[in-house]
Design a protein around this ligand. Sequence first.
Ligand SMILES: *[C@@H]1O[C@H](CO)[C@@H](O)[C@H](O)[C@H]1NC(C)=O
Ligand SMILES: *[C@@H]1O[C@H](CO)[C@@H](O)[C@H](O)[C@H]1NC(C)=O
Ligand SMILES: *[C@@H]1O[C@H](CO)[C@@H](O)[C@H](O)[C@H]1NC(C)=O
Ligand SMILES: *[C@@H]1O[C@H](CO)[C@@H](O)[C@H](O)[C@H]1NC(C)=O
Length: 318
Amino acid sequence: MWTKTCLTLTLLFVGLFNNVSSQELFEVRLFCDFGMYAINDFLNYACTVRNVTFDFSNPFYYIIIEGQHEPGRTNEDVGNFIIQSSNVNAIPANIFQVFPNIVAIYGFDAGITGINPPDFTFANQLRGIFASANIMPRLTGSPFFVRSTITDISFYSNQIEFIANTFFIGLLNLRYLSIEGNNIAALTPEMMAPLVSLRNFYASANRFETLSGRVFANNRNIEFIGLNENIINAIGPNAFDNLPNLEILALSQNSCVDEVFTINEDITIETVNQSLQQCFNNSVPEPPRTRTLLFEVRGNMTFFDEYNDELLRIEGRW
Ligand SMILES: *[C@@H]1O[C@H](CO)[C@@H](O)[C@H](O)[C@H]1NC(C)=O
Ligand SMILES: *[C@@H]1O[C@H](CO)[C@@H](O)[C@H](O)[C@H]1NC(C)=O
Ligand SMILES: *[C@@H]1O[C@H](CO)[C@@H](O)[C@H](O)[C@H]1NC(C)=O
Ligand SMILES: *[C@@H]1O[C@H](CO)[C@@H](O)[C@H](O)[C@H]1NC(C)=O
């Protein structure tokens, strides 16, 4: 089995590393503790490994699984994979070939330093990604681009400082996102825009100072917004407009507001608005939205002013 998986990986990276043709292949033995194990809501037959030291960002490795399966179980039955108390740099992309039906993965104190392609190249069944107590200061690129199956992500407490606007691209079905307990400085509309199915958003205990009025403009299904313990001093006045399913807006321990709002028949978003006047007043007006129009001119196009004088003439080609 491993022969096939390592060959596939090697082929995949040949373009990237074509000057190291006789690269050594490392054998990595993972000793699995097999059994039922819950990762948040995902309760599945699991492989748990501990104390692994290997840099999985080096693609030249193959995995050998050790440890005793439960009677009648095989690698195909493994739905959860947990790696803890380890030093691995990256999520091993190859693990999704060894265990082809992984649904949820959890790296706890695993020494993960970032989330990058090709981590999820083979993760066809993956729905949940959980990482905590790692050190991943910068999350960049678009590692989930081909993984619209993912519904749950938690990056609780990983010393994250920066998330690129492109990072969540592709996560059309993400319902649960936690980036709580990090040091993230900015939460932008561009970053949130791909998350059209988001229901629960946990982002307390970061360093957000301002919220754009458009930050949730694409997250119309959102039910829970957790932004306690930031340093928010300004919010664009329209930030919480048109969120018909919003139930909890948690904004305690911020600079311009210190309250958790539960929205119901009595407390509408209009009522909440009253409590946010200070935050709204501190916000600077949003720059106008820009739109790009692309014309293909076949023939000629001329713009005239009110005196019929030519302003601009574009000569297209037939
Ligand atoms: C972790 O692995 C190292 C060497 O690989 C070994 O010396 C050490 O005893 C292991 N620690 C635990 C807690 O298993
Ligand atoms: C909240 O107040 C702001 C400014 O006062 C306004 O622009 C916004 O539309 C209000 N939202 C709702 C839902 O009433
Ligand atoms: C916000 O600004 C409005 C209009 O300038 C003013 O009437 C209101 O008192 C201000 N509210 C707070 C809480 O600063
Ligand atoms: C566009 O303008 C050129 C130059 O003035 C002219 O030769 C050509 O016939 C025009 N084409 C059309 C479709 O009007």
